[in-house]
Write a protein that binds this ligand. Structure first.
Ligand SMILES: Nc1nc2c(c(=O)[nH]1)N[C@H]1C(S)=C(S)[C@@H](COP(=O)(O)O)O[C@H]1N2
Ligand SMILES: [Mo]
Length: 251
């Protein structure tokens, strides 16, 4: 048998409790607004208030510690590839580009710069990948790319000393777009110096002659139209980092 306990509550108690609830509610909102304003009054670090930047750095540490070369981005069958590949981002993609005379520049530790033609890059083993390309703006699409694995490229051009440094920096020929990438991500087995999309040469607006395809990162790091590659223990400049995004950009 159930016993029902009843308590008679008078209307004054109800009113007091209601008032108290509202008071707490408004105090809570005020605290949120105050904290938010406080965060945005703090000094900035690369276009982001320092407390928020600290959160991004903490995330980066967690992701880096979980990263492993045998953790692959999911790949997809040919039938899943979207018919029309989106074009996004045109920094460093101006019309004044001399495609005919393009050569990839690779700055070595010794100070000299390798100049490598597209044909030389195409003569290296070719790797294809179909994966879900994700942009931080919130869209993603399954797309198909081919090129040389960054690790095969490193081996061919004896860049072992260079690639033991903490970061690699990549710039467009006009230096308008630039990214910095941590060593373990650039040496990930799915990272490509890519010259083909859907079995054809890269379209001009998608990075002809050479772009980075790096499935373990968001779209921002997949730089189109690479001009120069260099290696460094310091974080290379990064276009979207300077505009408030996190440096790591990992998935
Ligand atoms: N040179 C250059 N590369 C770039 C960008 C850019 O503005 N300039 N935008 C990036 C962003 S934000 C995305 S999402 C992808 C888009 O690649 P897509 O145009 O092939 O779809 O390119 C990346 N690489
Ligand atoms: Mo993006």
């Amino acid at each position: 048998m159930k016993t029902l306990e009843e308590k008679i509550v008078d209307s004054r108690t109800i009113r007091n409790k209601t008032l108290l609830s509202f008071l707490f509610f408004f105090l809570f909102i005020a605290a949120c607004v105050f904290t938010w304003k406080w965060i945005y009054r703090q000094p900035e670090d690369n276009d982001t208030p320092r407390p928020l930047r600290k959160v991004l750095s903490a995330n980066e540490k967690i992701f880096t510690s979980l990263f492993a070369n045998n953790r692959l981005a999911k790949s997809f069958p040919l039938k899943d590839v979207v018919p029309r590949v989106r074009v996004n981002g045109d920094a460093g993609m101006g019309d004044n580009f001399d495609a005919a005379n393009w050569k990839l520049q690779v700055v070595r530790n010794t100070g000299d710069t390798l100049l490598i033609s597209l044909d030389e890059i195409k003569s290296l083993p070719k790797t294809e990948i179909i994966f879900d390309f994700k942009c931080i703006e919130g869209w993603s699409q399954v797309t198909r790319w081919a090129g040389v694995k960054f690790t095969d490229f490193v081996a061919k051009y004896h860049l072992d000393a260079e690639s033991s440094l903490k970061y690699v920096g990549l710039n467009t020929p006009d230096k308008e777009y630039y990214v910095g990438i941590d060593r373990q991500s650039i040496l990930h087995p799915q990272t490509l110096l890519c010259y083909e999309m859907n079995g054809k040469p890269l379209p001009m607006n998608q990075g002809y002659p050479l772009r980075l395809i790096i499935p373990v990162k968001y779209g921002v790091k997949n730089i189109k139209r690479i001009g120069t590659i260099f290696f460094s223990d310091e974080k290379p400049a990064d276009y979207w980092y300077e505009r408030g995004y996190d440096y790591y950009g990992g998935l």
